[in-house]
Design a protein around this ligand. Sequence first.
Ligand code: PMP
Length: 431
Amino acid sequence: MTNLSSRSSKELLMLKEQLAAQYKAYQAQRLNLNMARGKPGKEQLDLSIPMLTCVDSAETCKAEDGTDCRNYGGLDGLPEAKRLFAEILDVQPENILVGGNSSLNMMYDTVARAMLFGVNGSLPWCKLDKIKFLCPVPGYDRHFAVCESLGIEMIPVEMQENGPDMAAVKHLVESDPAVKGIWCVPKYSNPEGKTYSDAVVDAFSSLQPAAVDFRIFWDNAYVIHHIRDMHDHLKNILDACAAHNHPDMVYMFASTSKITFPGAGVAVLASSVANITEAKQHMSAQTIGPDKLNQLRHLRFFKDLTGLEAHMQKHQAILAPKFSAVLEILQKELGGLGIANWTEPNGGYFISFNAPDNCASRIVELCREAGVVTTPAGATFPYHKDPRDRNIRIAPTMPSLDELRTAISLFALCVKLAAVEKLLAREPSLV
Ligand code: PMP
């Protein structure tokens, strides 16, 4: 296909008519499809149904040391749960605090504790005039929502091929003591599916922050969530920071939300022993302990890391065809037109799509008016403001394969329509 921008106005007008007719045909189908959020599909959820009956008697409620998990206690999780998460995250069990059902909740609480109490003896962040967090963009909207809700100013930093622009990160972190944190999804990032290179991890660990209480919020949500046989590798940042004499600079998070059940999984915080001890001190006023029965269910269901990896292979078998279908349709419909680019991740839950500048909102609107809901334009940027209005997060996991094909075909049509409208708008007499 030839580049759209090299076509004459007459050709573009003809194309617009064809596209508009195809769009009308989609509208007539009265579609009702949702690609808005990265939720697992039903088939994926079905994989974990046997977990629900793993713990079903007084005997099966006992942890390995005989603890009766039906009762209170165990603030930081069962030792065997710590061991399993330590293996997943490549850290030691003493670095692990097993929490409740949501890592986002643990992230929010970690930031909120810093606001209320400070970090390792620093002044509570709420006592300071201004707190700033760096936000690699495009990024995860719920990280941005945590900052917004707690009144933390967000500074966008460009994502590059191998992670955030570390020259910009270094400059901001090392020159401004109000910069207290950065959000990172270091493996199969949300939404681009990129994994930070070793050089980027090294650059993080060798930062010399202006604020002693600067912290990296390392959200490893997709640590074992592969969709291709080729797996990305992520260097261990806790070890790297310890080697650079910053053992306390990172809070790492993960959960089983997209392994078993979102909302009914198990979440973890991994950090230095000092940070874990501090978190536990504050948490002891907040809760008597997490849901140990759910930890047991997960342990009995997976048995060990090998069992967990076998389970993730089943997710991969469901997800790989969905991601392939999206990529195939995008390439077939948009390849060579010179109007868009998109990522092709080896794991995670998303494909990040860049439309022509100032077209994302229009594409989302066109999709919605034809019955397909996508993630809102701007969602992948702090304050919902994509300065180029071009990024859209595609979430292929939830719809069935057939629904997904329909939704992405319509999406590609809307991209073409918006791009043609934009090109024609350069010559107002034609529109
Ligand atoms: N972090 C990232 C990067 C995510 O994409 C998600 C889910 N969309 C979460 C955290 C939420 O995890 P949880 O269910 O453990 O709160």
